[in-house]
Ligand binder design. Structure first.
Ligand code: GLU
Length: 326
């Protein structure tokens, strides 16, 4: 078996180094959590429960809770979705600290990190067509491991037949490990289970892994609470954070809410959102009660505000219940 993946550190410009050390101080000094929805539609009840858990886990540790909009995949963004997400979270009493962060406003940071990675030989251009590969842009589910077709080719960055390449991270071999609070620590083999992920897509958009890793690193996030469907995405993100010389967050991958047939709710099929519940006569206290009961924090039929839930919950109880489901 191979050991831990070797770290190839990248040299970042001084202003980013400074931001990184400030972020590291923040990470060491206490809990900072974040919720990072994509404005691709209205949040359904499952997304809202993940938001509630992220808020609760952060607040139970006395931490700051950031709201970051993962809005880089512009073709998938829906007009008005951001506003509705903010309204729904506020209606539930899930208030965030500071101003809303938008990845679309942080493109300069991602571009600088990419240039440094490229200059230090950690990226290579890839011209494999989408047809050849399964869709590698979606953060959900497990994407196929890229077999490295373009790794040995000469690094030609310009357009070919009118198309630019995508840029992949050259992952060093070995195991990528991270700390999980609700289950066994994560560990995946870089070569056989992760592969060289895309950091910049051929359409020029910064990819999810790049933006997420740069943000966790530079925002000093200590606790990442998100759906278990994103478990596999942690390995490349951790690899990238290590290249940047950043400390790592710890991860809370929480179970997804499933319907009575065991199918997970999805934005696409309109999987129950707040309007349906509001039409049934639920107010915010009713919805918080419903979500909290689904993770065993309160009895069925409870009605309480997010603040009341915070006051009556304990991290131990949450870990015990969620850990048994993860
Ligand atoms: N924006 C992603 C989503 O809505 C979540 C990303 C993350 O939490 O890392 O699925």
């Amino acid at each position: 078996m191979l050991g831990s993946a070797e770290v190839i550190a990248v040299v970042l410009p001084e202003h980013l180094q400074r931001l990184l050390s400030q972020a590291e101080e923040q990470r060491q000094s206490g809990c900072r959590g974040r919720y990072a929805p994509s404005p691709t539609g209205r949040l359904h009840l499952g997304n809202l429960r993940t938001a509630l858990l992220s808020w609760l886990i952060t607040r139970l540790q006395g931490g700051e809770w950031l709201l970051r909009l993962d809005d880089l995949d512009t073709p998938r963004n829906r007009p008005g979705a951001e506003q509705i997400i903010l309204e729904d979270l506020s209606w539930l009493g899930l208030h965030w600290d500071g101003s809303v962060l938008r990845q679309s406003e942080r493109r300069g940071l991602y571009a600088t990190v990419l240039s440094s990675l490229r200059r230090d030989g950690l990226l290579y251009p890839c011209r494999c067509s989408r047809r050849l590969l399964a869709d590698i842009s979606a953060p959900h589910g497990r994407s196929p491991v890229y077999p490295g077709f373009c790794r040995p080719l000469p690094p030609q960055w310009g357009p070919e037949q009118g198309r630019l390449p995508s840029w992949r991270l050259r992952l060093p071999p070995g195991e990528l490990q991270w700390s999980e609070c609700l289950g066994p620590d994560g560990c995946l083999d870089a070569g056989s289970e992760v592969g060289d992920v895309v950091l910049r897509r051929s359409d020029g958009l910064f990819a999810y892994h790049l933006a997420t890793a740069v943000d966790e690193a530079l925002l000093g996030v200590r606790d990442v609470v998100r759906g278990i469907d994103l478990w596999h995405t942690t390995a490349p993100q951790v690899a990238l954070m290590r290249c940047l010389g950043s400390g790592l967050p710890r991860y809370w991958h929480v179970p997804l809410w499933t319907d009575s047939q065991g199918e997970r709710l999805s934005k696409r099929d309109g999987g129950m959102g707040l309007p349906a519940l509001q039409q049934e006569g639920h107010d915010a206290a009713g919805v918080i009660g419903l979500m909290a009961a689904s993770v065993n924090l309160v009895p069925e039929g409870s009605r309480l505000s997010a603040q009341e839930l915070l006051q009556s919950s304990s991290l131990e109880a949450l870990i015990k219940y969620l850990g048994s489901k993860a």
